[in-house]
Design a protein around this ligand. Structure first.
Ligand SMILES: Nc1ncnc2c1ncn2[C@@H]1O[C@H](COP(=O)(O)OP(=O)(O)O)[C@@H](O)[C@H]1O
Ligand SMILES: [Mg+2]
Length: 376
């Protein structure tokens, strides 16, 4: 029996749990050609959900061609073009509608065609272009998608990356081009919440009010409990209810961490797994990750590290500048705390979560949070 708890990428609908409502909403948006902004904390399951959606679109026989690009590693508009061009070349057969046009477009831009030595798939390399050429290329690529007989879904993962480009008009360009498209709909996916929210809801910025927001919260406790119990039962394994509860509390139902711990607990060879077994699994996981956590200690100032410890010990902090909190952990003045917290958020080591009632700050990496709270 293979381990049913996947934590490393999407491995098909069978091992992807829940997210039924979000999936239904996404399907509806795609059908109505409504652009979507998908925002949630890192490792909550955004990318997995996009792949789940693409599966569903294909399996349900919808007349939609899904395309996925991850722009995390792109540094500028030229990279973005390359990324989209590669996805196009790999998605559409050479005889498809408008292919000649796109080849002409690309040819005019002195591309090199090749084969990716790692994956063996076709690849486009665009040589040097001036700014106008780059903008035309982006427009041309989107126009190519527009001309397809079947509607296209273009999912752009790690979208906040466009904020890092030296060209500061990419947001505006995209907005302009996208407005002219009727046959292409988009999913903009990202986790740096401040940036994503700013791109999409700041009236001064071009994407204002143009998309449907979808967020991902933790999967509800009852549901996740039922799922874990079921997986163990199906594998003819036993686990005590308290142990399942412990897993969900310890990982705060943050999907990647819950899946990771479940995976390891599932592999325990024992008649019936109890809470102590889970605890020792947690210890092993933290020990395994220790060298990685210690790297951060070297990268951060003593003050920042101390602030991380303070946040970790409190688990969630609603008032990060409150006197009592600053005093308790020897953080110093409010201005110092403000700077430290800002840096930690920029480095993605801490995130701010806003719920209906309040907002709080938390160490992003749940395992690191547990490790810091225990070690110091
Ligand atoms: N609904 C789910 N069911 C099962 N595993 C999931 C689910 N959502 C996420 N995961 C697991 O957690 C990992 C992290 O999710 P991912 O989609 O990469 O998060 P994000 O894109 O939000 O950072 C995935 O590799 C996947 O294995
Ligand atoms: Mg992702």
């Amino acid at each position: 029996m293979t381990n049913p708890f996947v934590f490393n990428g999407y491995e098909g609908a069978a091992s992807f749990f829940d997210r039924e409502d979000e999936l239904a909403l996404l399907m509806k948006c795609v059908s109505s050609k409504i652009n979507v902004t998908l925002i949630a904390q890192r490792r909550m399951g955004k990318t997995g959900l996009i792949f789940r959606l693409m599966d569903e679109l294909i399996n349900s026989g919808r007349q939609v061609t899904p395309i996925y690009v991850d722009i995390f590693a792109t540094r500028d508009l030229a990279d973005l073009n390359k990324c989209i061009a590669n996805a196009i070349v790999q998605t559409f057969p050479a005889e498809s509608n408008g292919w000649k046009k796109i080849m002409d477009l690309l040819k005019g831009l002195r591309p090199l065609f090749g084969i990716d030595p790692l994956t063996g798939s076709p690849q486009v390399l665009l040589s040097y272009q001036n700014e106008t050429e780059k903008e035309h290329t982006l427009e041309g690529l989107l126009q190519f998608l527009e001309q397809q007989k079947t509607p296209v879904l273009l999912a752009i993962d790690e979208f906040q990356q466009i904020r890092e480009y030296p060209e500061n008009n990419v947001e505006a360009l995209l907005r302009t081009y996208i407005q002219r498209l009727h046959n292409v709909c988009f999913i903009f996916c990202g986790s740096k919440k401040h940036m994503m929210v700013d791109i999409f809801s700041n009236p001064q910025r071009p994407f204002f009010s143009s998309t449907q927001f979808i967020g991902l919260q933790a999967i509800p406790e009852e549901k996740y409990m039922g799922h874990i119990r079921r997986m163990f039962l199906e594998g003819e394994k036993q686990i005590e209810d308290d142990a399942v509860k412990y897993i969900l509390d310890w990982t705060k139902r943050h999907t990647y961490y819950t899946q990771r711990l479940c995976h390891d607990v599932y592999d325990i060879e024992k008649e019936c797994v109890d809470t102590d077994d889970v605890r020792s699994c947690c210890d092993t996981l933290l020990k395994l990750n220790e060298p990685y956590f210690l790297q951060y200690k070297r990268l951060l100032t003593d003050g920042q590290w101390n602030y991380m410890i303070a946040l970790a010990k409190e688990e969630e902090v609603t008032q990060p500048y409150a006197n009592a909190f600053l005093k308790k952990y020897n953080i110093g003045a409010t201005a110092v705390a403000r700077r430290q917290l800002q840096t930690l958020i920029e480095k993605d080591l801490v995130f701010e979560e806003t719920t209906l009632d309040y907002s709080y700050y938390r160490v992003s990496d749940l395992f690191m949070l547990r490790w810091l709270a225990r070690k110091y």
